[in-house]
Design a binder for this molecule. Structure first.
Ligand code: ZN
Length: 205
């Protein structure tokens, strides 16, 4: 089975920035590479990165890479900032048309702006497929995504710090592959000093 790991942002799109200048695109890339190495060393799964260097990649292209590689799982890695410096810990997002809460809506809105930072126009989803098989596949995929999210949260509890509300959902463009289970992992917040010291530590990774 193939896991496609997606380090968010890249190139001209730097993502979030900490007040000390650390950039999200670099932090999530380092994490993705460490995760890929770990999975490869275990030998049970194949781990492929959507980007292997510091380049810009449109959101739809990330989804396409998951589908082209017949991925069993797509894992998008991010680390955003919040106005509240005391909020910390990892959050796992799945796709939903209606956001689970205000913060989820806000984070999805910010992450969906990635394409615009490189000058790409945002295309609204015009796909209107009413095929029943398509619908069934999408529903099944969604259930797998939620299952994986639950497993990840239960494992992460032992390995790292979780947000108070670690399971959320919103309309992330990058999670829209209808046939690849997809979750978005916000590793933590660059606005939290605690998270930042973890995220920039190779030992923590
Ligand atoms: Zn991001």
């Amino acid at each position: 089975p193939v896991v496609v790991i997606d380090p968010g942002h890249g190139g001209i799109d730097i993502g979030a920035t900490s007040k000390h200048g650390e950039q999200e695109k670099n932090i999530v890339f380092e994490f993705a590479r460490a995760l890929q190495a770990k999975i490869t060393a275990e030998g049970r799964l194949q781990a492929i990165l959507t980007r292997n260097e510091d380049i810009f990649l449109p959101l739809n292209e990330r989804v396409k890479r998951a589908r082209d590689n017949n991925a069993s799982l797509f894992l998008s890695i991010h680390a955003d900032t919040l106005a509240e410096p005391h909020v910390e810990g990892a959050t796992i997002y799945t796709l939903s048309s209606k956001a689970s809460d205000l913060e989820a809506a806000h984070i999805a809105e910010k992450e969906n702006l990635a394409d615009q930072s490189a000058g790409l126009e945002r295309k609204e989803d015009t796909e209107d497929v009413s095929d029943i098989l398509f619908d069934l596949t999408r529903r099944e995929t969604h259930n797998y995504s939620r299952d994986f999210s639950k497993i990840l949260i239960s494992k992460w509890k032992d390995a790292g710090s979780l947000n108070k509300n670690p399971s959320r959902s919103a309309g992330f463009v990058v999670l829209k592959a209808y046939d690849v289970p997809s979750v978005l992992l916000e590793l933590g917040y660059l606005s939290s000093e605690k998270d930042l010291s973890r995220l920039t530590s190779s030992q923590w990774r």
